[in-house]
Design a protein around this ligand. Structure first.
Ligand code: SAM
Length: 381
């Protein structure tokens, strides 16, 4: 079967998701503010869920139609062969989203769409009562500019839930954003990586998973695993591929530092839960004021305090200056810093070669990029 799929992601990360889709050899069709569509088979659907590091979810577009009235919404949803998609006991919660459309009331949109699905199932299965006690089929009607997309969430819980982060430190980065920061940098598995403000270790762990070609969804479950329309064999094949793609040999050189010993305990727990102990990833207690970078051509990727959720603004600014001094003493290294502070570069002391707008939760941030010189051949590791 062919599916029209959508990967949703945080605003600003569309190009990174599209690049990941290219690696999965599925063609991007269209990009639209936090949404990237592509077409694929059952296997592509399973692979996208297992491998996308920077997307939030993978959705199947079951139908799409013009929709200006509740009648058009009802008939559009009713025209979908739900009996071929949902089993008799399916649990199908309905979410709605509307933007620049005639229909604006979310509860009324949800109710109308749900009623249409219920009517189709009642008639298909010849049942008045639908128990909704079976497998999970999260539905969404997504109205944009008077066009309705009916979407099924194939991921279930968000793809940032890899399974390794069971406890959160203060102001943690979302795993999907951390994976994007690493992919937007020059880091590769041959180079040392340091995060001087590592907190619960998200950047280091996402880099490690990328460096070892470990599928981020390797140890978690997805809603569509149980859907007959997708089939078990696609998931089994995708999982087998991911297991054999995992690099079991390479030793990495990744180190996270933080001055808070409690937070470091979490980072070490997450490393263990990732199953990557003994692969060259370490978390050490240390204040950035005493940071010494060893070797050449390494990469610093970090999410320091912004002076909003953690520390006072002046303290954050002082840390940016300290980081700038580290950079001045280690000119072969590359530096990548996410911050919401608009004047970060003034304190760091150098203008960024590139700045990229990204959102960290609700905070508008910039990703300041200071790539260093390329290592001469043979000097990477
Ligand atoms: C924004 S948090 C990093 C969160 C991390 N990216 C995560 O995903 O968990 C900033 C971290 O900087 C640490 N920190 C604050 N001042 C520091 C200093 N002077 N030296 C080293 N770490 C510091 C805090 O303990 C905190 O864990």
């Amino acid at each position: 079967m062919r599916f029209k799929l959508w990967a949703s992601c945080a605003l600003g990360l569309e190009a990174v998701v599209a690049r990941e889709l290219q690696k999965l050899e599925v063609a991007e069709i269209q990009t639209d503010n936090g949404w990237i569509s592509f077409e694929g088979s059952n296997l592509d659907l399973a692979r996208a869920n297992l491998w996308l590091r920077t997307a939030d979810r993978v959705w199947w577009e079951v139908a799409s139609f013009p929709c200006r009235t509740f009648e058009e919404l009802f008939q559009g949803v009713k025209g979908i062969p739900w009996g071929e998609i949902l089993p008799v006991d399916a649990e199908f919660p309905m979410q709605a989203h509307t933007y620049k459309s005639q229909l604006t009331s979310l509860p009324a949109i949800q109710r109308t769409a749900k009623k249409a699905v219920v009517e189709v199932l009642q008639s298909h299965y010849r049942r008045l009562r639908l128990s909704e006690e079976g497998d999970h089929y999260p539905l969404k009607v997504f109205l944009v500019a008077d066009r309705c997309r009916v979407l099924l969430d194939t991921s279930g819980s968000g793809l940032h839930r890899r399974g390794y982060r069971t406890w959160n430190a203060p102001a943690p980065l979302r795993e999907t954003l951390a994976a994007a920061l690493v992919q937007l940098s020059v880091w590769n598995k041959e180079r040392p990586l340091v995060d001087p403000f590592c907190g619960s270790g998200t950047i280091c762990l996402e880099a490690a998973m990328l460096g070892l070609n470990m599928a981020p969804g390797l140890t978690r479950r997805f809603a569509a695993e149980k859907w007959p329309i997708v089939g078990r064999s696609a998931w089994e094949e995708a999982l087998e591929e991911a297991e054999s793609a995992f690099d079991e040999r390479t030793q990495l050189d990744i180190c996270g530092y933080d001055n808070d010993p409690q937070t470091l305990k979490l980072a070490r727990l997450h490393l263990k839960q990732c199953g990557l102990e003994g692969r060259g990833i370490s978390f050490r207690e240390g204040d950035v004021r005493r940071l010494r970078l060893k070797g050449k051509y390494g990469v610093v990727i970090t999410n320091p305090p912004y002076g909003q959720r953690l520390l006072e603004i002046r303290e954050a600014e002082e840390l940016y200056s300290v980081l700038g001094e580290v950079a001045a003493h280690n000119p072969t290294w590359s530096y990548y810093v996410i911050s919401s502070h608009p004047k970060f570069e003034e304190f760091f002391g150098v203008r960024a070669q590139r700045r990229r707008k990204v959102h960290n939760s609700m905070l508008a941030c910039q990703y300041f990029q200071f790539p260093g010189p390329k290592p001469p051949k043979g000097e990477e590791g």
